[in-house]
Design a protein around this ligand. Structure first.
Ligand code: NAD
Length: 313
């Protein structure tokens, strides 16, 4: 029969697209429980699901930051039986560290790190008992490599990677798989929400040079990178479907072959020098020529690096 898939953060972006892609599977292999904090935001998902809504796709409310919400949600699933848990909910945080309150940083960890821990803690015991299950986590290339002005967001994704890499060993003994999905830039509300936040920011506490590097150097380069390399949520959904349908799912899964050479810098030089220096040069020396740099990087993507990456097709 059906595999029961529960996904967090389905009102928009990647989560919405994974929910629809799985629910519309031609062979009808999945029953998707699409969850979101606020069911009032269900319209986009319901519309995208079309005629499978109420059949292979149902909705439940779930806030990954609330113990009670998570327990109530999982208890309302028949026999608490979830075959595949997809932890997608996440929030971004961008800007000079001086301007960000510790409270805001904790909120990011509360969602991106503890939100996933809370879900896994609730769902894992049943998977262990059944000796089957697959836990998928929407990480990011920023779970593998630091990115300037994304300091705290990156840290929250690194935390996830470390947590899951540790859990994966124990869970393998119970025949439960763990997979990280590591997209590069993806065109979603995530990007727009962050840009809106940034426009509203007044950068209290940050000196003029730092604010200038952030607004006039980092932001335009970041927009260039999104334009040159951005994937669609559909691409990430297709990659995720491939990972869950694999007979031996890998732990780490990059989705964006254009971005892979940048991640490869880290593994090419374990001292970290190559990675840090290249980011420095990209930002401060080639900044105005970012689009040209991006084209060169694309050409440099060799076949051996592409093999590390899941392709959506
Ligand atoms: P998005 O903002 O469209 O989606 C995030 C979803 O999570 C939203 O629907 C939001 O309502 C939900 N959410 C936030 N807090 C929640 C909570 N406490 N409980 C339940 N749901 C909550 O952005 P997206 O790009 O689709 O992001 C999905 C995931 O992909 C995130 O984990 C993000 O870190 C990751 N990611 C995004 C990109 C990108 O460039 N967009 C790149 C790599 C990884």
């Amino acid at each position: 029969g059906h595999k029961v898939v529960l996904i967090t953060g389905c009102s928009s972006g990647i989560g919405l697209r994974i929910a629809v892609t799985l629910a519309r599977d031609e062979k009808k292999r999945y029953h998707v429980i699409a969850t979101m904090r606020d069911l009032k935001k269900k319209d986009k998902l319901v519309e995208a699901a079309g005629d499978v809504f109420g059949k292979t796709l149902t909705l439940l409310p779930l806030d990954v930051c609330s113990d009670e919400s998570v327990q109530t949600c999982i208890n309302s699933v028949k026999d608490r039986h979830i075959d595949i848990l997809i932890n997608n909910a996440g929030v971004g945080l961008l800007g000079p560290l001086e301007s960000i309150s510790i409270e805001d940083m904790k909120r990011v960890f509360e969602t991106n790190f503890f939100g996933v821990v809370r879900m896994i803690k609730e769902v894992m015991p049943d998977m262990k008992k059944r000796r089957s299950g697959h836990i998928v986590v929407m990480s990011s290339v920023m779970g593998l490599q630091g990115v300037v002005f994304n300091d705290v967001y990156t840290a929250s994704k690194f935390a996830m990677e470390g947590f899951c890499e540790s859990m994966a060993v124990q869970l393998m003994k119970f025949n439960v798989r763990v997979s990280m999905i590591e997209p590069g830039p993806v065109h979603t509300e995530f990007e727009t929400k962050m840009m809106d936040d940034v426009a509203k920011m007044e950068y209290p506490g940050a000196d003029a040079d730092t604010v200038r590097y952030f607004k006039d150097v980092y932001l335009p380069s970041s927009i260039d990178i999104f334009e040159a390399m951005g994937q669609t949520p559909e691409d990430v959904a297709k990659c995720t479907k491939k990972v869950i349908e694999s007979s031996s799912p890998r732990f780490r899964n990059l989705t964006n072959s254009l971005y892979t050479p940048i991640v490869a810098l880290k593994y090419a030089d374990e001292t970290g020098g190559l990675s840090v220096n290249t980011f420095y040069n990209l930002l401060f020396n080639f900044g105005p020529l970012m689009h040209i740099t991006m084209s060169i990087l694309k050409c440099l993507t060799c076949s051996c690096l592409r093999r590390r990456t899941i392709s959506p097709n």
